[in-house]
Design a protein around this ligand. Structure first.
Ligand code: FAD
Ligand code: SF4
Length: 470
């Protein structure tokens, strides 16, 4: 009788899926959330107020039909929910796991005002996971195939989303990636405790069955030239990400024992997935005092990977306060539960050590006036330096664009920061200055989110379809 209750949101509070025990979370590289069960997901979905003008939909970067699929779930119409969910999102089960919902859909939920937002992310994950396990697959039976084909460079969320929309419209996508598996940072970046690797492996099978072709371990510019792609295909989409590591610009960054975040995370994935070429490539934290510098998603993933590898102590130093951290609130809370020590308002000034890392000199900061982005600038407090002892330092300051050396030959224009210029609001959305080449994701907007990369990949596919006039 619960399902007929219009005041469900009062009677039934928000309930997130259960988490695994802290003991297992400190050791295991598996997702920390258990799946929703059918009873809970139905009663949680029924908490939705079906607002006439749903803010959650506007705040969701791909504008998912959230109240509509929540209703279908509450009524047990799972396959219809999966179909609807895929109309706007190419990787809903991934977004359900890794989106910072607290600042997107759930942050905008009307119930996020004392009652507790609807569990949108976990429901989105449930719909696709469960529909797939019950045998649902995207319906390609009505696709009318054209004779057009498009080369997609990069199998990250932007490239995959572009390929998904193209193939559903009868255009053949061939996706090139230098990595041995699809996913981009979803596979070689985001760790298993947020997103298990079998999720992308399953997607690869489904995308392949839909007609997307993958050419992996193939780097454009090394194993195949861009000129070749330009002559063999009707258009090219670039979703190549951002891979230049930001540096702190202080002394000691080159000392042995200082690592950039991504090589550390990738070495862990390579070991877990069996892609490790030599044991020396592995960067391990067992028994070590680790200091992580940074406060975003990448820093959190370094913290929590170090804990699972058996670090003696993991300290995360961030130059602003907790309220001004850029990462997901949920993941900071998860890191704390797993034993990461946070030091807020600490800015690194030097990495110290004699031949190898021995510590990080930090200075206390206080927040000053807002900068050009509206974020309050951290200002050092004179005489407040201290040294945090460390065997290893992981630098997670973010990423800058990494333009390929062939962009110039192809007349691909970039802004001053090296981001490819591909405007969303144009005759052909996400077209670059070379009319045959489109681009989206981190390489266009700068490092951002999985869901924004998906949006840009999908919109670029619409631009390509218009350009190809199919
Ligand atoms: P990428 O995912 O970087 O994919 C680009 C692909 O292009 C790669 O596979 C690369 O190998 C390939 N490529 C590049 N050049 C070539 C070439 N010449 N030839 C062939 N292939 C090429 N976002 C969230 O929303 N939630 C999170 O929790 C989250 N956590 C993160 C954790 C970490 C550690 C990092 C680094 C990022 C995280 N992000 C998170 C951000 C998110 O992963 C990215 O914004 C997103 O993956 C960008 O997608 P993309 O497709 O533009 O690029
Ligand atoms: Fe929320 Fe992300 Fe799903 Fe949109 S894609 S509904 S923001 S979890």
């Amino acid at each position: 009788e619960r399902l007929n209750n219009d005041f469900q949101f009062v009677d039934v509070g928000r309930k997130d899926p259960a988490k695994k025990t802290i003991t297992s979370r400190r050791k295991e590289f598996v997702e920390i959330y258990k799946p929703f069960n059918e009873k809970d997901v139905k009663s949680q979905a029924h908490r939705c107020l079906e607002c006439g003008n749903p803010y959650c939909e506007w705040k969701c970067p791909v504008h998912n039909y959230i109240p509509n699929w929540l209703k279908l779930v509450s009524e047990g119409r799972l396959f219809e929910a999966a179909e609807l969910s895929h109309q706007t999102n190419s990787l809903p089960e991934v977004c359900g796991r890794v989106c910072p919902q607290d600042r997107l859909c759930e942050g905008a939920c009307t119930l996020n005002d004392g009652f507790g937002a609807v569990t949108i992310g976990s429901t989105e994950k449930y719909i696709t996971d469960t529909a797939f396990s019950l045998g649902w697959r995207p319906d390609m039976s009505k696709v009318v195939w054209t004779n057009k084909k498009v080369a997609v460079i990069g199998a990250g969320p932007a490239g995959l989303a572009c390929a998904d929309v193209l193939v559903r419209n009868g255009v053949k996508p061939v996706v090139f990636d230098r990595n041995p598996e699809i996913g981009g940072l979803l596979t070689f970046g985001i760790p298993e405790f947020k997103l298990e690797k079998n999720v992308m492996a399953q997607r690869r099978e489904i995308f392949t069955d839909m007609g997307i072709e993958f050419r992996l371990e193939t780097e454009v510019g090394r194993d195949i030239t861009i000129e070749q792609l330009m002559s063999d295909y009707d258009a090219v989409f670039m979703g190549m990400g951002t891979y230049t590591y930001m540096k702190g610009g202080f002394a000691g960054e080159d000392l042995p024992g200082v690592y950039d975040a991504l090589p550390f995370l990738i070495s862990n994935v390579n070991r877990n997935l069996g892609f490790e070429k030599s044991p020396e490539d592995f960067i391990g934290m067992k028994g070590k005092a680790v200091v992580v510098l940074g406060g975003g998603d990448t820093a959190m993933d370094c913290n929590r990977t170090s804990i699972r590898q058996g670090a003696k102590k993991v300290t995360c130093a961030y130059r602003r306060d907790e309220a001004n951290m850029p990462g997901s609130v949920r993941e900071v809370a998860n890191a704390k539960e797993e034993g990461v020590q946070f030091l807020f308002n600490r800015q690194p000034v030097e990495i110290v050590g004699d031949g190898k890392v021995e510590g990080v000199k930090v200075i206390t900061t206080q927040l000053g006036e807002p900068d050009e982005n509206g974020r309050r600038r951290p200002e050092p407090v004179e005489g407040s330096e201290e040294i945090l002892p460390a065997d290893v330092v992981l630098i997670a300051f973010g990423f800058r664009p990494s333009p390929a050396d062939w962009f110039g030959d192809q007349d691909i224009a970039m802004d001053d920061g090296g981001r490819v210029i591909a405007p969303e609001h144009a005759e052909f959305p996400f077209q670059t200055s070379n009319p045959k080449i489109f681009a989206g994701g981190d390489m266009v907007r700068g490092s951002d989110l999985v869901v924004t990369a998906i949006w840009e990949g999908r919109q670029a596919a619409e631009g390509i379809l218009d350009y190809l006039d199919v």
